[in-house]
Design a protein around this ligand. Structure first.
Ligand code: PBG
Length: 310
């Protein structure tokens, strides 16, 4: 009866697996603060992508970790940079079975770890960053990506990226806008995952956890600028925001269950304090119930397998 009348259902096709690929490592490297998640080699990433496709997962979001970082994040726009290589690899391997997405942001590539380039006074220069994002979008599209995911929260980023893609003949590449991205304390494990060099915080460009109405303003702007999908991030602490965005959005709404959300559950489960699998499905169900139609989660493959057995 519960199965018959359930108001919310999870399906593997709605899950998106975030995956890290690192240059210059011979073996996949475990991320200490995210038990079960790896920094992949190009080779192990290919295998992980096949595994995800076989589990029925809908998409994969790629993050590249370069060996060399600099002030402007040059490797992010190098056609042979690690992220572009990974896009080519994954598209060739499973491009007809998975939607292949890429993080479009500079923080993995800059030596200061900010999502943009800096002005002389050390602040993030919004408009100079937009020019870098436009270049990145085209380079990722040339590598064959299906969807770009601008996660840097620069004002005007969607418009600039859409225009750059169109002008370069990539009308078919979609934009998944990180619409309401909060300056959360829960990104800590991700910083380890991407070898981040960030000191300080991202409060000049990410949203204040106190503000929900602001998310609707961000939604309006992203839609006007051409977003194909919009996202709320983190997920679990922002279910109210997710609900409001879902109610207002004419385009699909995704949520990102971020690293800290994953690690908190893994840590409590490892201590035997909560039931791991039930908790995983409950978190995903609550995110779905709050209005997310796609969920980025590090449990994508495992959850997809659990759902198939139900
Ligand atoms: C920025 C980016 C971040 C995450 C995804 N894209 C880090 C940040 O904003 O500090 C975090 C994802 C996670 O914590 O799982 N490129």
């Amino acid at each position: 009866m519960r199965r018959l009348v359930a108001e919310t259902r999870l399906h593997p096709a709605e899950l998106i697996l975030p995956a890290f690929v690192s240059e210059g490592i011979a073996e996949p490297r475990p991320i200490t603060s995210m038990p079960g998640v790896l920094q992949h080699t190009r080779d192990s990433l290919r295998k992980a992508a096949v595994e995800a496709a076989e589990a029925g997962v809908g998409g994969i979001m790629l993050f590249g970790l370069p060996e060399v970082k600099d002030a402007v994040g040059s490797e992010g726009t190098n056609p042979d940079g690690i992220l572009q290589q990974a896009i080519r690899d994954v598209v060739a391997e499973v491009g007809d079975r998975l939607v292949v997405m890429s993080d479009l942001c500079l923080d993995e590539f800059t030596d200061h770890g900010h999502c943009g380039v800096l002005a002389e006074d050390g602040s993030v220069d919004n408009d100079a960053t937009l020019a870098r994002y436009a270049e990145m979008a085209v380079v990722q599209a040339e590598a064959g990506v299906h969807v770009v995911g601008p996660s840097g929260m620069m004002d005007g980023q969607i418009a600039v990226i859409r225009r750059a893609l169109d002008e370069a003949g990539h009308q078919d590449v979609s934009v998944l806008a990180y619409t309401a991205k909060y300056a959360s304390a829960l990104y800590g494990p991700f910083r380890e995952a991407v070898n981040s060099s960030l000191k300080g915080d991202r409060k000049t460009y990410q949203q204040d956890p106190a503000n929900a109405r602001e998310a609707l303003r961000e939604l309006e702007l992203d839609l006007a600028e051409g977003a194909d999908l919009v996202m709320v991030k983190p997920a679990m602490l922002y279910l109210d925001v997710l609900r409001q965005v879902a109610d207002a959005s004419p385009v699909p709404v995704a949520a990102y269950q971020i690293s800290g959300e994953y690690s908190m559950v893994e840590a409590a489960a490892a201590n035997g304090w909560i039931e791991r699998e039930r908790t995983i499905l409950e978190t995903l169900t609550s995110i779905r119930r709050a209005g997310a139609e796609q969920i980025l989660t590090y449990w994508a493959v495992e959850a997809a397998r659990m759902l198939k057995q139900q």
